[in-house]
Design a protein. Sequence first.
Lengths: 132, 132, 416, 416
Amino acid sequence: MDLYLDNIIDHGQNPRNFGPPLDPADIDYADDNPFCGDHLHLTVQLDDEERVKAVSWEGQGCTISQASASMLGEEMIGKTLDELKHFDKEDLLDLLGIQLSPTRLKCALLSLKVLKAGAYGLHTWTGDESEE
Amino acid sequence: MDLYLDNIIDHGQNPRNFGPPLDPADIDYADDNPFCGDHLHLTVQLDDEERVKAVSWEGQGCTISQASASMLGEEMIGKTLDELKHFDKEDLLDLLGIQLSPTRLKCALLSLKVLKAGAYGLHTWTGDESEE
Amino acid sequence: MTDHNTYPFDIARIRADFPILDQEAHPGKRLVFLDSAASSQKPRQVIDAMAAYYTRDHANVHRGIHVLSERATDAYEGAREKIRAFVNARSHREIVFTRNTTESVNLVAGSWGRANLGPGDVVVLSAMEHHSNIVPWQILAAERGFTIRYIPVTGTGELDLDAYAGFLRDDPVKLVSVLHVSNVLGTVNPVTEMIRDAHAAGALFMIDGAQSVPHLAVDVQALDVDFLAFSSHKMAGPTGLGVLYGKRAILEAMPPYMGGGEMIRRVTLEGSQWNDLPHKFEAGTPAIAEAVGLGAAVDYLGALGMDNVLAHERIIVEYAMDRLAEVPGLTIYGPDTDRRNGVTTFTLKDIHAHDVAQLLDAEGVAIRAGHHCAMPLHQHLGVPATARASFYVYNTKADVDALVEAIYNARKLFRF
Amino acid sequence: MTDHNTYPFDIARIRADFPILDQEAHPGKRLVFLDSAASSQKPRQVIDAMAAYYTRDHANVHRGIHVLSERATDAYEGAREKIRAFVNARSHREIVFTRNTTESVNLVAGSWGRANLGPGDVVVLSAMEHHSNIVPWQILAAERGFTIRYIPVTGTGELDLDAYAGFLRDDPVKLVSVLHVSNVLGTVNPVTEMIRDAHAAGALFMIDGAQSVPHLAVDVQALDVDFLAFSSHKMAGPTGLGVLYGKRAILEAMPPYMGGGEMIRRVTLEGSQWNDLPHKFEAGTPAIAEAVGLGAAVDYLGALGMDNVLAHERIIVEYAMDRLAEVPGLTIYGPDTDRRNGVTTFTLKDIHAHDVAQLLDAEGVAIRAGHHCAMPLHQHLGVPATARASFYVYNTKADVDALVEAIYNARKLFRF
Ligand SMILES: Cc1ncc(COP(=O)(O)O)c(C=O)c1O
Ligand SMILES: Cc1ncc(COP(=O)(O)O)c(C=O)c1O
């Protein structure tokens, strides 16, 4: 039962920064994972120093994808764009604190994919950074 | 070495009734087996009672196909069209006196196929009479 | 009437034939395999038949003049004959080996469809189809300009036969292609009547038998069906092999699907002549060992008796439907027990199906979660994903009990 | 320089890995298997890997959330990675699993060709192609109206490179598709230079690697080839599996070949979106166990070392060429020993090749006779059929001796 640690279930059932899109937003991006029906819409506001000031996301999906979005959203606040750029898959998995099979990895990575695509236009990022 | 009985080799190397087409002919048909490059052109003359009076065939192919044509040609002479109609795969194999794998069966049956197609227009006869 | 308490065959002996079942999925957790609709397990008779083939008899088939090639050809064509008998086709020439159900459908679309369908024509599918019986037709429709109509699914998870009758009456329908048993709902569609009506309207009929041929006796002559597609790997046979049955006269008239060796009679630089059936549709070296394996699978199922296979599954499905109905917060999709077969698909309150599957896996219970390659059907059901338990000859009521217990555990973790 | 007296590896140990070789073809006649170009034998490592997969790990791959499905997916994708490394592709996304070489060629014709070829375009093949690299193009040319040019074969059984240069210079060539090693003549074509020249002329290049990938190191990046097709069953792997390598950017731009499950990202009743590579080209349940088997085969060949495999075969082919040259009435086809690989094809006076094969079989020697799916080449050679002895890692000089002795026996029977 290693995947469903108490904090994962807690974030899954009580997602932080969950709510309607921020307006205006400096980052505004949505994507989905049609296999699962997972969907995520993320908006972010930055301060003058390009630090994340506010995050809001909404969407639906499995506990792993929701908890991942919730934890990532909390983590983003106060970080600079440049820090977010260096935030990678491993960092997110450390945050979640669980081991994931390739299938479930996609669930966890949707939030990061939306962040990267929204912030840097990396529309083709597959979450599979190891491949060239 | 059961396939290459002396009489098979003899018929293969000294085919009977081998020669240019009869003219006029009552039966005149040619076919081939493209997999082997076997080719056979058969002509037959009948007498007034619809008995085979003369046979001539030419072609090329493996020993089995040539011996089969040679033996079948000899067998046909004196038979009525009706008797030939009842002459089947088993009769030909009895004549040859050998056991054949499905692949080589096609070689042996080319002559019968040409005869049946030429005499009865059974162009779609596949040599596989057991199937409907 | 099925007797709930007696399996039609010795289940312990059958389970002993499937070595994979005898393991722990996780330490202390017995493997409970309830994912046979995705792919079934293989009895050792099938595994051994393939190993024996490679160990004694392998060579390329057809036209080889040596003892191994003759044995391989006999094994390959012998398997075709077994499969012919299994679905009661008239001739072995009507049994074409493909890779899977999907390729069988693509073959019909790419060969028959490309030659026969054009603007104004209508192909009828249903809204409960597997993607393999939707996407090939959509791709071809984009190329050839015909129209696809989908028979709607009713509230009870069955085909709307009135709508079907309407299509046949009002549209120039050339082909109906519908699944026999739904891989999501378990619905057994009334194909006998549907085929009769399609023929009366002048349309051909294709059955996607991926979920029926493994589970119940399918007789192509009794059904008078024109095409039947199914997969080896769902019926105790190996991966890498599928079957397309087609009526001989129809197959004869179809152009080839792929070009290459085996499928030709003669090739010159200017053009080619096609080989006889079924070889016309089997380009290149075929899946020889896989055919041998499916032959062994068909022997295995035949020895059990397909009526017994069906009776056994009905016992398990009925038991599963009854036990799952008790679970608070659980929704079952599809028709009543008497009109379904093989699968039970459900959702558990608002827990995503992936979470359900993951939690069940932790208990050793293997089910499938997702859209089961039937996204349009899930759109209709209004859920992005469902959880599916599916059953085969080796499953027992104890497996169902394990499933239900694991579901209760999941509920506890999610506190409802 | 190869040393005629030393095999590069322990041949007795290798033969012990191939259980099928240890039998009598007929009572008292040791099996001498010289038909590996049609299909090779499999080492027990490959047979066992597949049996182990079915016995412990099988489930359907991709998107299953349970331990067996994860193991099956790892095994399947792990095999893809092994094959990527074997041909040195840049990414696993460039390795598409098909049924055989034939389907790989049909995939390129049906997807890339149908989208890119039309009237005025030219595809260059050669007159020594296997039917699998002729017929798909002929069928498509009839549909799309492009032109096929065939590079002629010279008197020494090699490609006429002047004619090739002429095609590239004078014609709007879009694709060149040529075999690497001829399955009849053994000719090793100079693909490195041919690819360079094709690219300079703006054409893509596809290699039919059915007879090269099993026998010598093929590096797709070093060659800079656009497509490479090959078959598992000719390289110690199972039947039912082939491979298409394609450069990623080209595969990305191609429309799908077959439609169905796995190859889609999203399906609605109105249309579909395609999945990522390589899945876009792998519709339906794939040949999972077969991929596992090919993975094991590639491990096996990799452990031997492809340079050793080649060195070993050169010893055997050289010995066969020398010994057969002594036989009166025997004609060998194809280039000199130093420009050929893997096969020795011959005719024996006016004895039909089928008779030769049958007589050799009676002595336990398995060769292939016929047109070897290269009818146009046989038309060029002026013989309807030839006899072919072909070699692989498990063959020895003693096998060649048995072949030559059996040929002498055949001569005696036919009294010349
Ligand atoms: C040169 C060549 N190309 C293609 C093929 C076709 O291979 P497959 O039958 O596995 O598709 C062969 C096999 O005979 C071959 O030798
Ligand atoms: C109803 C139905 N049709 C078609 C298929 C496709 O089968 P395959 O993946 O073997 O081609 C499946 C398998 O999931 C199915 O359940």
